[in-house]
Design a protein around this ligand. Structure first.
Ligand SMILES: Cc1cc2nc3c(=O)[nH]c(=O)nc-3n(C[C@H](O)[C@H](O)[C@H](O)COP(=O)(O)OP(=O)(O)OC[C@H]3O[C@@H](n4cnc5c(N)ncnc54)[C@H](O)[C@@H]3O)c2cc1C
Ligand SMILES: *[C@@H]1O[C@H](CO)[C@@H](O)[C@H](O)[C@H]1NC(C)=O
Ligand SMILES: *[C@@H]1O[C@H](CO)[C@@H](O)[C@H](O)[C@H]1NC(C)=O
Ligand SMILES: *[C@@H]1O[C@H](CO)[C@@H](O)[C@H](O)[C@H]1NC(C)=O
Ligand SMILES: *[C@@H]1O[C@H](CO)[C@@H](O)[C@H](O)[C@H]1NC(C)=O
Ligand SMILES: *[C@@H]1O[C@H](CO)[C@@H](O)[C@H](O)[C@H]1NC(C)=O
Ligand SMILES: *[C@@H]1O[C@H](CO)[C@@H](O)[C@H](O)[C@H]1NC(C)=O
Ligand SMILES: *[C@@H]1O[C@H](CO)[C@@H](O)[C@H](O)[C@H]1NC(C)=O
Ligand SMILES: *[C@@H]1O[C@H](CO)[C@@H](O)[C@H](O)[C@H]1NC(C)=O
Ligand SMILES: *[C@@H]1O[C@H](CO)[C@@H](O)[C@H](O)[C@H]1NC(C)=O
Ligand SMILES: *[C@@H]1O[C@H](CO)[C@@H](O)[C@H](O)[C@H]1NC(C)=O
Ligand SMILES: *[C@@H]1O[C@H](CO)[C@@H](O)[C@H](O)[C@H]1NC(C)=O
Length: 609
């Protein structure tokens, strides 16, 4: 029944359920008589050492009378709103504010309207700025006993706002930032030690890599300065080293977890193995609050080489454009071999907005693609030698007057952190919201398909909803040998399709109508993605799946696409460790039992489950 998931239907179903069954089927909200009184919240605050924060939207200072007494000036908020680090440091805020209902925007934002005003809205009502495990345990149990929704925020980086939630109590792990590298950590239950990093879940990858550099160690991190450990690892987690060592979830040896009833647990190979299995890729924000991760560490590469290859249009005639697309298709088909030869990397591809009516069909448009290859422990010459045969094949697709290929002489970095900082040394952008769709592609969809098929799928999937705006795709060389070679005993719930995937592709083609409320805007964007984009992926890669941390949050096939064959076992584990369903996230395990509506802010059980 979730197959035709639409927010309008959901809103109706929720209203219906509430009327028939009463509010027991919904999480408690401040509109309910059993919502705790101010005195109750104060008592909680006392029991957690005064770490409770009442949400005070930071942009409140941009509104008449500063209704929430924000301590930051409006000028400061406006200047920092587009920075991920700002939202990470702000208790109630998240990157993708659209998914928190754009509840209190600064006037400089394009979605801002005076009429909407400033409210707590889609943000949590309260935030626990925890410094101890005990504070989290007390607060989580307190909320669960009261049928109050819990959310967990690390950085708030989530692209689909899954670290926020209306009428919730947020557990903020920002202060858990210990980092310790240990080359001989005794593996529980085994007569064996491991090279590890022990890291608090509130860390960002940049800090972990910086700390590792002092010990000559690297870890499987994300490819951005400020993505955090919390949800990244549990969702899978890819980055520059995932095609070498597997995903971040494949590195997990132990986690300290607080369950929603306030129990503090250790999950490793000797105890709570089912929980460890779930945390290895079964999705963030669902099973409990992870305080600390122990992850495998590796010796740093002796050198990192990066080289850039680009394709762009020259001729505007149909045959030039066709040659360019053929070259792009061939490049995609060549990537598995290049990855097996040791290269990692990432590509972006864009199509221009149409210039004239006759240019509207994507197949007649130009294209521009740029790929950055990464190679470890190889020389610049060796990288060129690996890439050169592919360049030769691409060149054969058309003449110099039809399209251009450039290959930049590779750069060599002597340390992994210099390499990382060269592209990821500063904060990411934030403060908006988009609707993406993802697919994992393997040899079957690439090298083993015909070039014409690959070109046709690429052209279709990159066509945007608004035909006069450009198409955009991100291709990560993040699967391949790494995930395929992860030992069986390190594999957890991570969607098994990762084991044969090479590329993680993301398209961003849906239009978000900022003139409607966020619920309606997301709903109509989702309708388009689900009726246009997802069917193309399903046709191209039916047996594959998608990456939940960078995927479509309203994907009706989320069980198959994000979890695959791990779903049923994950549902049992979710029921065991969070029997009160205190933790809900979009596309989470068991999330189809609940409907979340941004307009009402309510989280209610679906009527037919
Ligand atoms: C600019 C940018 C770059 C990105 N680059 C990459 C990349 O290179 N590779 C990649 O794989 N992904 C990347 N992502 C996606 C990234 O994986 C997700 O945004 C992920 O959710 C971030 O996790 P977080 O903990 O930092 O964020 P948060 O928003 O804090 O949390 C994300 C989810 O995890 C849960 N969670 C957080 N902490 C905990 C915890 N301690 N215990 C339990 N649950 C928790 C939250 O409840 C939420 O559901 C990128 C995203 C952005 C915006
Ligand atoms: C919790 O207590 C601290 C310390 O007394 C106080 O500063 C803070 O405002 C309180 N939080 C709430 C929500 O009352
Ligand atoms: C803001 O401060 C004023 C003056 O101290 C106070 O009356 C008001 O209740 C505060 N508002 C909030 C939302 O805390
Ligand atoms: C979300 O925003 C809409 C307007 O854009 C508003 O009507 C609605 O009340 C908001 N929801 C909550 C929970 O505040
Ligand atoms: C959160 O707690 C930390 C550690 O006690 C403190 O430094 C910080 O100021 C707090 N943040 C807020 C917004 O209260
Ligand atoms: C509150 O602080 C005291 C003293 O630092 C500590 O002993 C106690 O465990 C803390 N309570 C919680 C719930 O963390
Ligand atoms: C590594 O961990 C082991 C076991 O906890 C400990 O005995 C050892 O001192 C640690 N080493 C370092 C460098 O911290
Ligand atoms: C652990 O391994 C070491 C070296 O492999 C061996 O000498 C020792 O006997 C083992 N101990 C146990 C308890 O198995
Ligand atoms: C690179 O070489 C170093 C030094 O020999 C080695 O320790 C490391 O494992 C190698 N890394 C990769 C990714 O091959
Ligand atoms: C070029 O391609 C477009 C779209 O496919 C088509 O409409 C047009 O007729 C073609 N022009 C020529 C000259 O073939
Ligand atoms: C489509 O995109 C164009 C170019 O960005 C923009 O001017 C136009 O308003 C958009 N149309 C719709 C319906 O969003
Ligand atoms: C709390 O949850 C843990 C972990 O799921 C479970 O072992 C324990 O029995 C629960 N405690 C209570 C009082 O329900």
């Amino acid at each position: 029944m979730i197959l035709t998931r639409s927010f309008h239907l959901l809103a109706t179903a929720c209203w219906f359920t509430t009327q028939i069954l009463g509010d027991l089927t919904c999480k408690t909200t401040p509109l309910d008589s059993n919502w705790p009184s101010d005195a109750d919240w104060t008592a909680l605050n006392v029991s957690i050492n005064g770490t409770l924060i009442r949400s005070a939207p930071v942009a409140s200072s941009c509104y008449d009378g500063n209704p929430f007494n924000s301590t930051e000036t409006c000028e400061y908020v406006e200047a920092n709103w587009k920075l991920a680090t700002f939202h990470a440091a702000t208790p109630e805020s998240v990157n993708a504010v659209l998914f928190a209902n754009n509840s209190c925007l600064p006037p400089t934002e394009s979605d801002f309207t005076v009429q909407k005003g400033c409210s707590i809205g889609g943000a949590p009502q309260y935030v626990v700025n925890a410094t101890t495990e005990a504070q989290i345990a007390v607060a989580a149990a307190w909320a669960s006993e009261r049928n109050i929704r819990l959310v967990i925020k690390g950085t708030g980086h989530d692209l689909n706002g899954r670290s926020s939630g209306a009428y919730s109590l947020s557990i903020w792990t920002h202060n858990f930032r210990n980092i310790q590298f240990n080359a001989s950590w005794p593996l529980p239950g085994c007569n064996k030690t491991e090279d590890v990093v022990i890291a608090g879940s509130g860390n960002i990858w940049h800090d972990v890599l910086l700390a590792g550099a002092k010990f000559g160690k690297v870890v499987v991190s994300g490819g951005a300065y400020d993505v955090g450990l919390g949800g990244f690892i549990q969702g899978g987690g890819h980055g520059p080293l995932s095609s070498t060592y597997g995903l971040a979830a494949d590195q997990l040896l132990q986690a300290r977890v607080i369950t929603t009833n306030g129990t503090i647990l250790v999950a490793n190979s000797a105890q709570n193995q089912d929980l460890l299995w779930a945390l290895r890729g079964g999705g963030g924000g669902q099973y409990g609050i992870v305080i600390e991760y122990i992850l495998k560490a590796y010796p740093t590469p002796s050198s990192v080489v990066t080289g850039g290859l680009s394709l762009s249009a020259v001729g505007r005639d149909n045959s030039s454009i066709a040659a360019l697309w053929n070259a792009f298709g061939l490049l995609m088909q060549s990537l598995p071999d290049l990855m097996d030869a040791g290269l990692a990397g990432a590509m972006t591809a864009t199509t221009p907005g149409s210039i004239s009516a006759s240019d509207v069909a994507l197949s007649s448009r130009g294209l521009s693609a740029e790929i950055s290859f990464f190679g470890y422990n190889i020389t610049a010459c060796e990288m060129t030698a690996i890439v050169q045969p592919v360049i030769t094949k691409l060149r054969a697709q058309g003449s110099h007057s039809s399209f251009a290929i450039t290959w930049d002489k590779p750069s060599t970095f002597s340390t992994f952190s210099d390499f990382f900082d060269s592209t990821n040394g500063s904060p990411s952008s934030a403060g908006g919201g988009s609707m993406m769709s993802s697919r994992l592609l393997g040899r079957g969809e690439l090298s083993d398909s015909t070039q014409a098929q690959v070109v046709s799928y690429l052209q279709r999937v990159m066509t945007p909803q608004n035909e006069s705006s450009g198409g955009f795709m991100v291709v990560g060389l993040q699967g391949g040998p790494g995930p395929a070679n992860v030992p069986k005993d390190m594999r957890g719930a991570l969607n098994p399709v990762w084991r044969s995937a090479y590329l993680h592709t993301i398209v961003l083609g849906a239009s978000i109508d900022s003139s409607s409320d966020p619920q309606t805007a997301l709903s109509s964007a989702a309708e388009w993605v689900n009726s246009y984009t997802e069917p193309i992926w399903q046709q191209w890669a039916p047996a594959s799946g998608a990456y939940m941390n960078e995927g479509n949050p309203f994907n009706p096939n989320f069980k198959h696409d994000f979890y695959g064959t791990s779903y049923d076992r994950l549902l049992e584990i979710k029921q065991k460790y969070d029997p009160t369903d205190s933790l809900f996230v979009l596309t989470g395990v068991g999330s189809d039992r609940w409907d979340y509506n941004l307009n009402t802010g309510k989280l209610c059980q679906t009527s037919e489950k």
